[in-house]
Ligand binder design. Sequence first.
Ligand code: TXA
Ligand code: MG
Length: 321
Amino acid sequence: MTAQPGTRVLQTDRDAIAAAAACLAQGGLVAFPTETVYGLGAAAGNGEAIARLYAAKGRPAFNPLIAHVADAAAARRLAVFDDAATRLAAAFWPGPLTLVLPKRTDCGVADLALAGLDSVAVRVPAHPVAAALLKAFNGPVVAPSANRSGHVSPTDAAHVLHDLRGRIDLIIDSGPCTVGVESTIVSCLGEPTLLRPGGLPREDIERALNRALAIPAVAEETPLAPGMLASHYAPKARLRLDAQAPRADEALLAFGPAPAFFGTTLNLSARGDLIEAATNLFSHLRALDACGATTIAVMPVPHEGLGEAINDRLARAAAPR
Ligand code: TXA
Ligand code: MG
């Protein structure tokens, strides 16, 4: 991939990590890989950098950001952990789990990044490049997904460049993300509650807690986890869900054995594997969108494991807007 004016693209190596950490320290905006999706990072204490981040994404400023840290010890400097949070952090960090916790008054995360909430969302990513960057920067990095607000999340550096070229300082290109859907968000402000299904299956979390997760009893518009707004993950094309067979003028997003079809087809996983499907979800949506179809027929995806997050993103992408 070649560099674009204003946005440096660096291949992963030690120099890239050092350059990215320095860029963050100077208030720059750095897109970096995590195991879920690419994030757009800014120093968590730098309100001005965070304001530029919102502007680069075109994100409504009421939508709070996740603070990414290198390890659980660093997370404890930002937030208060109860028993459930302690157990989840021990079981799943580093990994695709974000915990919403009461913030510590001395957490040092800019109010702008927290949208004025008393809570903070904290995550310890497992991707080695994210881990190395957080270690080199040696402080919390707030990072939403590195896409324009309302677009599907980027699962490789080309997606980031497509959405944000010229609007951010640097991209670390480490190839495609392995998980492919965003982290699962669990609130531990009271009873552990599933705010967003994601890359860590709900069943794994419930097994670790030995109890069911609560589901938030709030309207879609309440900015409890504003990324849950109905039409958040949106390609330009309309989506027709649970399609058994595509119509002639549609593109097809298949799962499992696909029907014979002459139109454009991409398969989330021909062998019906939900992990593979999650990895392919956003890149296939982008690719089918780019082929110009006005409607994408989407075959049914089973609801267990990562299927919950996949169906959640598909339902949002299909929501009227
Ligand atoms: O996998 C991920 O989580 C990726 C990578 C980059 O880490 N990040 C990501 O960030 O998906 P973003 O900003 O696209 O989604 C974060 C979600 C938003 O829906 C936001 O509203 C919610 O987390 N959130 C952040 N802080 C919150 C808080 N204090 N309470 C409730 N929800 C919160
Ligand atoms: Mg996002």
